[in-house]
Write a protein that binds this ligand. Structure first.
Ligand code: ATP
Length: 505
């Protein structure tokens, strides 16, 4: 396994670069890289260019990050701040923590008190900007585009101001709060994310005496209307599912149902605003006539997304972190060249060898290991998982959009939960999950240490999201990318090239 230097995925605008073989002599002559050569489009798909907002628009915010290191310094009503810290403490994986079966052991009082939770850069910036007072018109619509690296705490970056505004409005209006209404909406693209975000929202709403509701494929309309009549403070759903409410007679019009929504979050926004989703997302926003805050949230700003938000919301306020578009520092990135012996071009052999090496490398001692393998195509997933199981005897699950939602949920649960502690003298076990990009977005896998990219991702956006399933919130992690001579000349250099910011001609 040739060690490739770990790299930081900088804002690569139009990543089109000369073809060269990283290990060949020419690569040593960095000079060739200094002067952009004739562009040879990147062979595997075209690396969508990633955009950064103009530096002057965000530099003030970046300076703020160094000055604030406690939630007490941020404008949050006390109950929201306490509920936030409590939920993060409960979900933090303690190194020393002993695990009973697959559920997480409740932390002792001392462990909870020993945990210091500081705001991450994106949380400092978002809470500061979104909670700033509207000087002129109290009801003016403000649109924000939040973008920060994977695993950097974006979920709480948008939930903190959302809960702060809900509680502040309640304190101001007292008990006169109208019943039948929805006050805020969080939109995400997949059922797994609806489930994950709704779990966090529901646990916090309990502490804040608010009502959360998850409207998803397995929800029932009668139950929804009951919750609506009793006031829904935070609704978590997908755009399509929200639009589907239109077909019910009891709803009347979506405009009336969403008349009370003042705060809307579009998470994984680069997905929800791309051509296959934008109609539903836009239709939902158009039906929210009392909107005051709209937050687009993403780990990447592809140029397409940049264009769409500029077109629809030219005055949107950018909130980004200095590490945007970078693979977290804690992640080691390595290439595995399947073209060299003994694999001789067989990627499945290279994959099996990587899994064998991970299984026996002595890391994660005492815990069951879990590895996530990403492929570009669904059919590839099924083929690979069958071969890993039959030929190499792995404990492997394969997941695809064909699976029913509850089947998908049960397959990924062992990867979302804490690592299982092995019984005394129990031999090392390892679970493998083979999937496509369906799970690459936003899923907060717990303590996953190894991700293998069986195929080279077609775009830098996919690369960022897949790699970001490990190394979350400064935890360690490794990403192995299987390459072959066919793409080797480009891909072997990928980590270097994307780290090397091509000087525009
Ligand atoms: N201030 C904090 N301190 C410590 N841990 C935190 C903090 N904020 C969030 N976390 C934890 O970090 C993990 C990742 O958070 P989250 O899922 O919001 O990341 P993200 O930026 O949305 O990632 P992605 O881009 O993949 O969606 C979660 O387990 C969360 O509980």
């Amino acid at each position: 396994m040739n060690r490739n230097i770990s790299f930081r995925l900088k804002s690569c605008t139009n990543v089109r670069f000369a073809s060269y073989n990283a290990s060949s002599k020419s690569f040593q002559k960095r000079k060739q890289l200094e002067t952009p050569t004739a562009d040879i489009p990147y062979k595997i798909g075209s690396y969508a260019s990633l955009k950064l907002p103009e530096e002057e628009k965000v530099s003030g915010l970046h300076r703020l990050v160094g000055q604030i290191d406690s939630f007490a310094q941020l404008k949050l009503v006390a109950p929201v701040r306490d509920a936030l810290i409590k939920q993060i403490k409960q979900s933090t994986v303690l190194r020393s923590q002993n695990f009973i079966s697959s559920t997480k052991k409740v932390k002792t009082e001392e462990e909870m008190n020993g945990l210091i939770i500081r705001p991450t850069p994106i949380q400092v910036e978002t809470i500061k900007v979104v909670n700033s007072i509207r000087r002129t018109n109290r009801n003016e619509l403000k649109v924000f585009t939040l973008a920060a690296e994977t695993g950097s705490g974006k979920t709480w970056a948008y939930l903190a101001p959302l809960f702060h505004k809900l509680k502040t409005e309640e304190l101001e209006s007292g008990t006169r709060m109208e019943k039948s209404q929805i006050r805020s909406v969080v939109l995400v693209p997949t059922h797994e994310l609806v489930y994950q975000v709704a779990e966090v929202v529901a646990s916090v709403c309990k502490d804040l005496d608010l009502n959360a509701y998850r409207w998803d494929v397995d929800s029932n309309f009668k139950d929804f209307m009951g919750a609506y009549r009793n006031k829904i403070d935070v609704l978590v759903t997908t755009p399509a599912k929200l639009m589907s409410l239109e077909k019910y007679d009891d709803v009347g019009s979506l405009k009336s149902l969403l008349a009370g929504v003042k705060f809307c979050v579009i998470d994984e926004a680069d997905t929800l605003m791309d051509k296959s989703w934008i109609n539903d997302t836009h239709a939902v926003l158009k039906n929210m006539r009392s909107l005051k805050d709209v937050l687009f949230v993403s780990a990447t700003i592809p140029s397409e997304f940049n264009k769409v938000t500029k077109k629809f919301f030219p005055d949107s306020i950018p909130i980004t972190t200095p590490s945007l578009h970078r693979i977290p520092k804690a992640i080691e990135f390595r290439n595995i060249n399947a073209s060299v012996p003994p694999y001789k071009g067989s990627k499945i052999k290279a994959l099996a060898q990587a899994l064998y090496a991970i299984h026996s490398d002595g890391t994660e001692l005492g815990y069951e290991k879990r590895v996530i393998v990403f492929c570009n195509e669904k059919k590839e997933c099924i083929k690979i998982s069958q071969r890993l199981e039959t030929e190499f005897g792995h404990d492997v699950s394969c997941i695809s959009s064909e699976d029913a939602v509850d089947v998908r949920r049960s397959k990924i649960l062992p990867f979302l939960q804490y690592p299982q502690l092995l019984e005394k003298n129990q031999k090392q076990t390892m679970k493998v999950l083979v999937c496509t990009d369906l799970l690459a977005r936003g899923l907060n896998f717990s303590g996953i240490r190894n991700v293998i990219l069986y195929d080279v991702p077609k775009t830098s956006v996919d690369l960022v999201h897949r790699a970001g399933r490990t190394g979350r919130m400064n935890q360690g992690g490794r990403v192995f990318m299987i390459v072959t001579d066919k793409d080797n000349s480009h891909v072997k250099g990928l980590p270097t090239v994307v780290r090397y910011k091509r000087r525009l001609a």
